[in-house]
Design a protein around this ligand. Structure first.
Ligand code: F6P
Length: 485
């Protein structure tokens, strides 16, 4: 066992840090993404030490914008196999229901194991006695059990930001047992929504043959609690931004610059196979070709920052999406789709949200999708309409959105059409109901809830609470999909 060397009381582990090293005169550049947006306010509030990778093989520590950061240096030789390979070409597509075919390679797995060991070693060196370690996401699934083996005094929480697949899908993974044992080293396993929590319990039972009840797993005399903690957004900050006069003026200017269309449809996402971008463009094209929507009276804005461009499939997707947009604009006029392929800050996004009559969030599969919640939080006046995929975690909370199956291009077109043409009273009733849900939570509350549950879960140390009787098979195996509305 490694001795408790450090003195940190709360350590957050995630592959991504809010900065990456670029060298030169300003060596650190900010990073973006769902995980960064979510963890930043929580890490700031709790003064946690955030440990992650920053694009360099050299380890260091730094303080930045009220955040305490520790960079884990990773050997250049391991990073591609670990990140581009196992994390993003094996686990990512598999956990998103095989939206693109996962690839399996032994050398990627070996790199993944080495990197997980490095993260675990760093955390054990930094953590003080009895510290809480919060491990995040699919890059670090082996870390909880590695930590438990080295430092049984630690309180270990694991949060998976992406969906939990069903056993039928997960069982294809060559390292399925190792991955589940890795996660089950935690005292608390948090996931985005109730269906993912149920799916995780099914994995434990079917793949590892462990005893489960409806909120936990019995692992070697310990109970691992499994629960949903739906991620949220910075509601107060978004509302305050949306109420600013300059932001409202900017929203009006955006519509003016678009030629004062009757309807603006907006889509904002990272370029990824999971996001259903092509299907949505096809649905829009279908509506245009039927003459149900007509540019320039209707305009679609697509904000699409590229990501993971070192992976070939993502480069191909970028070209495919570009080709679709060009084809639509050739056929229906140059402004039918406005395409911005860069990252937008929250201050830029809020005016866009306000300028959009309809927000289309239609991933093929998504753990949660915070853009949907940001759009709702920004509509302080109750206007706007959200078209939302049934396969996004957010659909388990936002029942009043125009819910749709994004694989069904005509249904998707129909949902966009209904949202564009809906009676203002209906749209506002739906928006107000969604605002009650979104504004009843906040990112800080999400973090506090998880950490409070971790404290409670680890208080049962050494005592094995009796498992409640297993739920009837029909409950335990209930579909993880929200009912179509
Ligand atoms: O959904 C999982 C996630 O980690 C997000 O939180 C994040 O926005 C996204 O993947 C981006 O990942 P990467 O760190 O590879 O850019």
């Amino acid at each position: 066992m490694v001795a408790a060397g450090g003195r940190e009381q709360l350590v957050v582990l995630a592959n991504r840090l809010p900065v990456e090293r670029v060298g030169g005169a300003s060596p650190w550049r900010s990073t973006t993404g769902g995980l960064v947006t979510l963890l930043q306010p929580v890490a700031r509030e709790t003064r946690a030490l955030w440990v992650g990778y920053a694009g360099t093989s050299i380890s260091s520590t730094l303080d930045r914008n009220g955040l305490r950061l520790h960079v884990v240096g990773l050997p250049d030789v391991d990073f591609p196999g670990y990140y581009e390979g196992y994390a993003n070409s094996t686990i990512w597509p598999l956990y998103h229901d095989n939206v693109s075919p996962p690839a399996f390679r032994a050398d990627w797995w070996e790199a993944y194991v080495r990197v997980n060991e490095r993260f675990a070693g760093t955390a054990t060196a930094l953590a003080g006695p009895g510290a809480r370690i919060w491990v995040n996401d699919y890059h670090l699934q082996l870390v909880p059990d590695l930590l438990r083996g080295r430092r049984p005094d630690l309180r270990i929480g694991f949060f998976l930001h992406i969906p939990v697949p069903e056993p039928e899908v997960f069982r294809r993974l060559p390292q399925r047992e190792q991955i589940l044992h890795g996660i089950c080293g935690a005292d608390l396993v948090g996931v985005q929504c109730a269906s993912s929590a149920r799916a995780f319990l099914r994995l434990a039972r079917r793949v590892l043959d462990l005893d489960v009840d409806d909120g936990g797993i019995l692992v070697g005399g310990r109970r691992v609690r499994v629960a949903p903690f739906p991620a949220s957004v910075e509601v107060a900050r978004i509302e305050a931004t949306a109420n600013r006069v300059d932001v409202r003026a900017r929203a009006a200017k955006i519509r003016e610059a678009l030629g004062r269309p009757e309807s603006v449809i907006l889509a904002v996402e990272r370029l990824d196979h999971t996001k259903g971008i092509v299907q949505r463009l096809q649905a829009y094209q279908w509506l245009l070709s039927q003459g149900r929507l007509r540019p320039p009276r209707t305009v679609m804005i697509q904000v699409l920052p590229p990501s993971r461009q070192t992976i070939r499939g993502y480069r191909v997707l970028r070209r495919t999406v570009g080709a679709y947009i060009n084809a639509i604009n050739r056929q229906f006029g140059p402004g039918a789709v406005r395409y911005w392929d860069r990252v937008f800050s929250l201050d830029e996004l809020v005016p866009l949200y306000l300028a959009a009559d309809v927000m289309a969030v239609t991933p093929l599969r998504d753990g949660m999708n915070l853009v949907a919640k940001e759009y709702v939080a920004a509509h302080v006046d109750g206007h706007g309409a959200l078209v939302l995929s049934e396969f996004a975690g957010a659909a388990e909370e936002l029942h009043e959105a125009y819910l749709v199956n994004p694989f069904d291009v005509e249904a998707l077109g129909g949902a966009l059409w209904r949202a564009v043409g809906a009676d203002p009273w209906e749209r506002s009733a739906r928006m107000r109901a969604m605002r009650t849900t979104v504004c009843g939570s906040s990112v800080l509350r999400w973090g506090r809830d998880f950490l409070a549950a971790l404290a409670a879960a680890s208080r049962t140390d050494g005592v094995v609470p009796a498992l409640e009787p297993a739920p009837p098979a029909s409950d335990a195996l209930a579909s993880s999909r929200p009912a179509p509305r």
